[in-house]
Design a protein around this ligand. Structure first.
Ligand code: ADP
Ligand code: G6P
Length: 474
């Protein structure tokens, strides 16, 4: 167990995240299986851990189960147990029904419950303790995301010798929204336990520093907060990315190319294929996306016999009310659109509520003429970058919401405001039928951006900055 880990087996590099890279599940026959965990955090950090080695402290996705530590892909995995009540109050409750909607512009109503906050503190303390047990003297510990914002301060109390970084994968909200949080001071103090606090965008870092200035007595100079022990906590933007070459290589394997051909045959070689790939989350703008396609197919602006729209949506947080509601809404919406516009052979919308392997996604990215990414708010959106990496020719097109962090970097995408239904419809048609020269110009620039701003560069930039932050004055 971690507490008994001998000093020489402790790790000099530790990632702490709510999710482990793999999820434990029990199949219909009662066998235990491990599968890749959902979401962008795992997609981004997996290659970082494969390169750096070390330990990943996180939850294995099942309640009321204690799982032994194990090695995986060249690094060590330290599972954190969560009881059923903790999953309900810390994970589904405070993390995903309070913080998640609040940090995404309150596109769903955030709920505030004192018991959820208690559970959040309790679980954050457990993560901090396990990270403290596993980290070697002077190690670098990198805490991830909104579920663990109290860990940096808790960990510093336990282990002042550590270099502590924190990265927020989701947006950091505007000041007036953050101030609704009854526990706003504690969250700011929790984050300030880190030597370096990273955000997806400059705007997120600015919001955070503004709050520190106005709601703590701590002096702030530019992006640096002076702490009472003399150390500094720096807040800065580090836009995250993907293993671009890894995705490129995957998309060019004979298996993926063959699968892409097969998909085209199955779909009957439509003239234009639109694709959406999202977790089934109300922040992703799926309702708006389907409405836009529904109207386009119904009015004939898009010909349902020549154009296909494929949307795959990974099941996500299915016990949280807003997610259940979304699932039902989307099922209804898709059924209605297809029943109005389908010919007898093929429905214009192919919707699957399922997870796919990376290879299958790569095949889909290869055949998609237009990738449609329309979140109402998104920290970054890695799907947009995966598409650019996998779509080998310069004939693709990316429709991208201006409310995704990725819009700050992928400026040559076809930008949309997903709340503006008419604007969205126009841009979808334009992206599908624009001149080849215009598409090529845009895709070339996008490929250059994703080719140079890789996950390696992101991790190196964060970790180099972290190493340079001066420690406490003794
Ligand atoms: P988020 O982190 O909010 O889910 P991102 O777009 O940043 O959003 O990351 C989503 C990750 O999940 C991507 O790596 C994407 O490939 C993966 N993903 C999304 N939908 C599916 C799906 N249906 N099956 C498998 N993986 C998926
Ligand atoms: C986003 C969050 C991650 C989270 C992922 C999947 O990417 O930033 O922290 O792991 O969604 O969500 P889940 O609740 O299934 O972990």
């Amino acid at each position: 167990m971690p507490a008994e880990t001998s000093p020489d087996t402790r790790a000099t590099f530790v990632v702490v995240a709510n999710r482990l890279p793999v999820d434990r599940a029990v199949d219909d026959d009662g066998n235990t299986t491990w599968r890749t965990s959902p979401g962008g955090l795992v997609t981004a950090l997996e290659p970082v851990m494969r390169k750096h080695g070390g330990a990943w402290v996180g939850w294995h996705g099942a309640p009321d189960e204690v799982v032994e530590e194990f090695d995986h892909d060249g690094y060590h995995i330290v599972p954190v147990p969560l009881s059923k009540a903790e999953v309900e109050e810390y994970y589904e409750g405070f993390s995903n029904a309070t913080l998640w909607p609040l940090y995404h512009d309150s596109v769903a109503f955030p709920e505030f419950h004192r018991e959820w906050w208690d559970a959040y503190q309790q679980v954050n303390r457990r993560f901090a303790q396990l990270a403290a047990d596993v980290a070697a003297e002077g190690a670098t510990v990198w805490v991830q995301d909104y579920q663990l914002q109290l860990v940096p301060e808790m960990l510093r109390d336990l282990r002042p010798d550590l270099k502590i970084g924190f990265f927020l994968h989701i947006p950091f909200p505007p000041v007036e929204l953050f101030l609704q949080l009854p526990w706003r001071r504690q969250i700011l103090e929790g984050l300030l336990g880190a030597d370096l606090v990273g955000f997806q965008t400059v705007g997120g870092a600015r919001n955070f520093l503004q709050l520190v200035k106005t709601h703590t007595p701590l002096p702030v100079t530019k992006d640096s907060v002076e702490m009472p022990d003399g150390r500094h906590s720096i807040a800065r933007a580090f836009p995250i990315s993907i293993d671009t070459q890894g995705y490129r290589d995957l998309a060019n394997t004979p298996e993926v190319i063959a699968h892409a051909e097969q998909l085209l045959d199955d779909l009957g070689h439509p003239e234009v294929i639109y694709l959406g790939v999202d977790r089934l989350d109300y922040t992703k703008g799926l309702r708006q996306k389907f409405r836009a396609f529904g109207e386009l197919f119904e009015s004939g602006e898009l010909d349902p016999t020549k154009v296909a729209f494929i949307q795959v949506a990974t099941p996500s947080r299915e016990r949280v009310d807003e997610y259940r509601k979304l699932r039902d809404d989307i099922d209804l919406l898709v059924g209605r659109i297809n029943s109005h516009t389908a010919d007898l052979v093929r429905a214009p919308i192919v919707y699957r509520h399922a997870s796919y392997s990376r290879a299958t996604l790569a095949a889909m990215y290869r055949i998609a003429d237009v990738m449609v990414v329309t979140p109402l708010r998104d920290g970054m959106n890695l799907v947009a970058k995966e598409y650019i990496a996998c779509h080998a020719d310069d004939d693709g097109a990316l429709v991208l919401s201006e409310f995704a962090g990725a819009a700050r970097e992928l400026k040559q995408a076809y930008m949309v405001n997903p709340y503006d239904l008419n604007g969205l419809k126009q841009t979808l048609v334009k992206a599908g039928f624009d001149s080849p020269a215009e598409k090529r110009r845009r895709m070339k620039a996008l490929r250059r951006q994703v080719g140079t701003h890789t996950i390696d560069r992101w991790a190196d930039s964060f970790l180099t900055t972290l190493a340079q932050v001066p420690g406490p004055v003794h």
